[in-house]
Design a protein around this ligand. Structure first.
Ligand SMILES: [Mg+2]
Length: 114
């Protein structure tokens, strides 16, 4: 569960999976970025040509979306593993940047960017 797992534990699980298959040699930044983007596109593809559901997903679609979201996360973790980056620090720093870029008092309830 999210409330139990740490980012470090997830990174170790993914690193173990990759290491057992000797796939580290394929984990170049370009390839990981492409794989991450492809998995994000697979998530997007689930909604292609669908009528607007008003934000609702049936159980079958939700299960597929969850799988693709996990694939995206796995490549995020793999990218961080390959680069030796601290993903938690990166997320916290990026949220701080976003807070400056999109102050809550200016952007609350507003979807426009920039
Ligand atoms: Mg996938």
């Amino acid at each position: 569960m999210d409330s139990d797992a740490t980012v470090g534990e997830l990174r170790e699980i993914v690193a173990k999976f990759v290491g057992e298959r000797d796939w580290e040699k394929y984990h170049r930044p370009k390839d990981l970025a492409m794989a991450l983007s492809i998995e994000a596109a697979e998530l997007l593809e689930l909604f292609l040509w669908e009528q607007d559901r008003g934000g609702a997903m049936d159980e079958r679609l939700a299960e597929k979306a969850k799988d693709e979201l996990a694939d995206v996360m796995i490549y995020c973790l793999s990218f961080a593993n390959a680069q030796g980056w601290d993903l938690s620090d990166a997320v916290k720093e990026k949220v701080r940047k976003n807070e400056k870029k999109y102050p809550a008092n200016e952007y609350r309830g507003v979807a426009r960017m920039g």
